[in-house]
Every structure is written in C-alpha cells, then in structure tokens.
Design a protein around this ligand. Structure first.
Ligand code: CP
Ligand code: NVA
Length: 314
C-alpha cells in the first residue's frame, strides 16, 4: 500500500504542488460559475468519497467550506465534533485514526496541539489534513494565495505585510514565503513576534522574511496587508497583550503607506476595532469575503492533491 499523502503543512505539498493547486482552484471556480453551490462540478472527481471533519475547536468557514467542497467534488463530508464523539471522552487519537481509516477516505482535524495532527497522520491509512492547530493553518493560506493570484498578482516577488500577533496563521504565511519566494515584513511587538527558527527556515528556502517593531516599515510599499485576531482560540484575553498590540492595528493611515492597489486580508473571524479599523475592514481594499469564499475552491485542490487526483501532481 502506498503511503497516504498528508497535508499537515504547506511544505508537505511543496511549491510546485501549491502552484498546481492554485491553477486547478481557479479553473474549477471559473468553470462552475452560475451553478447552485451544492451542485457537483462536471467531472465530480471525488464521487463516492467521504471526508471526516473532526473539530476540537470552533469553526464556521472551515467547517462549511470543507463540506461544500466535498459536495462540489461529488463526495460527502461528516462533521465530527469532539464534544459529541468518543474523542471528547478520551478515546485515543491512535484508535480514532485506525477506526476512521476504515470508514472514510480522508480526515481533516482542527485541534490545539500540533502533535495531535501528527499523531493522527502517523496512525491513519488515509490522508490527514491540518485544518488549524496552535502551530499553523495551511488551508487558510492556500485560500489567501488564491485570493492574491486571482487578482493578477504573481507570488514571486510579492510584498506582504503582516501586522500584529505572531500566531498560527502567520506561521503558514511565513512558510509560504519560503515555498513561493515572496517577501513578508512582520510587524509585531516584542514578545509576540514569530519564532526565529521559523523565520530562518523560510529564508533558507528562498523567502525574504523580516521582523520589525515598526508597523510603518512593514506596511510601506506592500502589495498585501494581513492581520488576524490578537486572541486566538485557546488563549485568554490578556490586557497586557492587547495594550502591546494596539499600535499594530491596521488603520487607513497604515494602508496609505502600502501600494495604492494593496489588498487587505484577514482569515476571519475579525474583531473590528481591535486588529483592524472598521473603515479598512469595510473599505474598497478589503478582500476578506472573497478570501472566505476561496476556502471552498482552495480546499477542493487540497483534497484532490491528498487523494492523488490533482492533475500534474498525481
Ligand atoms: N478562517 C477560519 O479558519 O475560520 P473558521 O475558524 O470559522 O473556520
Ligand atoms: N489565529 C486564529 C485563527 C482563526 C481562524 C485562531 O487560532 O483562533
């Protein structure tokens, strides 16, 4: 039996496969324009396939987009909230992996400790997808890259500014910079920036990632400005952290330092008034709802890649 193709990080796929995913996602998005959202794509490449969607944390976009993605690929999805499964009562990841491998064709897990998704992949015979851990959120970044390329911005040489917390979403942005050869300028307060080893790894891979404490330096000339919540799931709402992050809020003044056609991205859910002002969030440069929709199109390509059905990467 060949080893299952897991997607725990963007590096599991690599730059060439991510390029193929983005092309396939754009083609499929264009080809199905006008169809009802639950209707299958013409080729229904995952007919008969089932995705098990396991959640140990809350979700709106990931949950709905994976379900709709499977319907559009001709398959189905089962949502398994840990609170209503035996996982929530202490059944091991190891046993859960071996049971689900006999029942579904692919598993996605949203959890806290990244080691859990690694353990699930280790014991599963079917592909495992990381649908967010405390370490990373690779599916989100495939959707973000899709949102950028569909506006005609090439990834190599792209200038991305990240403002705010050095969290799981940023980790995947930094990883993407190495794989797709773009620049990321991170502006975070001392103590809340990204792990130095993660930055060094992306730079060794060909990315250009720098970290500054000055939001203006990060934003100047950026093609894309990104932020995320200051309090991720599982973290407590700390006053000290919120005070430290306040100067890193994405404001209209900051957006004016970026390129005139700069895009504003946010994975959502947003806390408007904290990490971003309302005028930016609701403004003409905000692409956050295209980005949310693109979770469907991006994840279709991730699913196809995992199951060896993505053209040019099978
Ligand atoms: N962006 C994202 O992953 O959203 P959900 O938490 O709603 O899935
Ligand atoms: N950083 C956020 C992302 C939510 C999609 C969190 O982990 O809660």
């Amino acid at each position: 039996m060949t080893a299952a193709r897991h997607f725990l990080s963007l590096s599991d796929a690599g730059g060439d496969a991510i390029t193929a995913m983005l092309a396939d996602a754009l083609d499929r998005k264009t080809a199905r324009r006008g169809l009802p959202r639950g209707a299958a794509d013409n080729d229904a490449p995952l007919a008969g396939h089932v995705l098990g969607l396991v959640f140990e944390k809350s979700s709106t976009r990931t949950r709905v987009s994976f379900d709709i993605a499977m319907r559009q690929l001709g398959g189905t999805a089962l949502v398994l909230d840990s609170a209503t499964t035996q996982l929530g009562r202490g059944e091991s990841i190891k046993d859960t992996a071996r049971v689900l491998s006999r029942m579904v064709d692919v598993i996605a897990l949203r959890t806290d400790d990244h080691a859990k998704v690694e353990e699930l992949a280790h014991y599963a015979d079917v592909p495992v997808i990381n649908s967010l851990t405390d370490l990373s959120h690779p599916c989100q970044i495939v959707a973000d890259l899709l949102t950028v390329v569909e506006r005609g911005k090439p990834l190599p040489g792209l200038q991305v500014a990240w403002l705010g917390d050095g969290n799981n979403v940023l980790y995947s942005v930094i990883e993407a910079a190495g794989l797709m050869q773009f620049t990321v300028r991170v502006a975070s307060p001392a103590g809340y920036g990204p792990d130095e080893a993660v930055v060094a790894l992306a730079n060794r891979a060909g990315g250009n990632v720098t970290v500054t404490a000055d939001p203006q330096i990060a934003a100047k000339g950026a093609d894309v400005v990104i932020t995320d919540t200051w309090t991720s799931m599982g973290q407590s709402h700390e006053e000290q952290k919120l005070r430290a992050l306040a100067p890193f809020q994405v404001t209209a003044n900051l957006m004016r330092l970026a390129r005139p056609d700069a895009m504003f991205l946010h994975c959502l859910p947003a806390h408007v008034g904290e990490e971003v002002t309302e005028d930016v969030f609701e403004g003409a440069q905000s692409c956050v709802f295209d980005e949310a929709e693109n979770r469907i199109h991006a994840q279709k390509s991730v699913l196809l890649w995992c199951l060896g059905k993505l053209a040019a990467t099978s």
